[in-house]
Structures are given as C-alpha cells and as structure tokens.
Design a protein around this ligand. Sequence first.
Ligand SMILES: [Ca+2]
Length: 264
Amino acid sequence: MTVRPLILALALLLPAAAPQATAPVPAPTPPPVEKPVVVRAYPHDSTAFTEGLLIADGALYESTGREGQSVIRQVDLASGRTLRQATVPSGLFGEGIVAWGPELRSVTWHGGRGFRWSRPALKKLGEWKYAGEGWAMTDDGRQIILSDGTPRLRFLNPATMAVARTLDVTVNGRPLKYLNELEYIDGQIWANVWMTPYIVRIDPASGVVKAVVDLSELVARAGVTDRDSVANGIAYDRAKHRIFVTGKNWPELYEIRLGGGAKR
Ligand SMILES: [Ca+2]
C-alpha cells in the first residue's frame, strides 16, 4: 500500500475528531469496506489513460486524458478494441463523459470547456461552459452530476447545463476530496477516489459515504506500477445489472459483484 491510500484508509476508519467541550455528539459509524469479486475479466487498451467509462444502449464508451491523447471512443467489450473514436480538441486534457439522450457530453480538466457529441457516431455537436475544473460525470436520470476533485458534486440541469444544486460529500463526518470517475448505481453515486484503490458509495441526498469498495486486489492483478495508473472508471449496465471497473493504463477491465468479500 502506498502512502496516499494509507492516509485515506486512516481517514475512513478512524472516528471523526471529538468536538471541543459542549454536548457529546455521537461519532459517525465508519462505512463498511467491501471487497468485490471478479465475475469476468476483459481486455482493456493499456494505452488508455481512462477518465470516463459508461454503458449506454448496451454500448461501452470510454474517454481518455492527457493532452494530445484525449479521445472519446466506443469500445467493443469482448475484445477491448476501439470501434470508433473522436478526438478532443488539441491543447485540452480530456476528462469524463456522460450519456444524455442521443448525446455524449464531455468535460476537460482546465478551462471550463465541455463538449456535446452525437451517439453513437461521435460527431461533435457543440460546446458548453462551466466554472472551475471538470473531472467526471454521471446522471441520476433527472440531472447530470459533475465532479471536480473537491468534496462538492454539482448537479446540472441537462437542458441548460446550469448548476441546479450541490452536494458536499463526507466520510466519518469529514469532507472527502479527490472524487473522480462517477457512476449512478441503484440510487447511490459511486465515485473513484483519486490516487487510491477505493470507490466510495455516496447517498445522493445527504452526501454521506455509505460504503467503500476496496479495489486493492484488482490493482495488484492489473500489475500496474506507474503511480498515475490508478483505479478509475466505473460503468453500470442497467439492463443486465452488471458493474464494470478499470483503471488508467490497466490491461484489463473487470466485471465485478459485491457480496462475496469480507467486511471490516
Ligand atoms: Ca462512469
């Protein structure tokens, strides 16, 4: 375990700091930590610096980062091959994607430029603007949810992409930053926590982390050694109730399920 995951692990497992004097406040209960079981492994392009992952109408889409390497692509799940691909405008560091209606929408790290793409052709349709950084997106069926590396998630009106509300995410009563790739799964927001092997499962009403999914064994299985090759990318196949995860430059993408691992 590297230093940063250890710090997060401690933040997750230690109780919140006791309040100064006054009435005692019960310490929040640490969320359970779940270890997923791998249902099946698929090939993944190990040159893909994964920033976004989703399934829409049965098709797998992935976005990648780094200037000059930022693309949005449709990927064949079984083979890992790219079926079609669009390039994010030059000079930009691509980040996450969300499917909305017949479109994909994407964000970029700095500069507040988002893009709209047709689906599945991936033709650029237009742009939209937002404040601050863009890290990843998902949707709850009504609004688009945007992460930006802070503990605050933004909920956007899909018609205007204006901020409708915000949600501050906490674990053990403390703000949790570095929320990265997102997926809305059965009433919870799942988020990779950047530079860690953890996915947190967030209550979309309170912002409280209800459970932690520990991908440490998948990180080891992926065999990546570069410190940037962290777990990132969650996709949910709503039709078949399948959950997929991968990481930046990982050679494999995994279908996982919960319920088979130890809790602590
Ligand atoms: Ca996702």
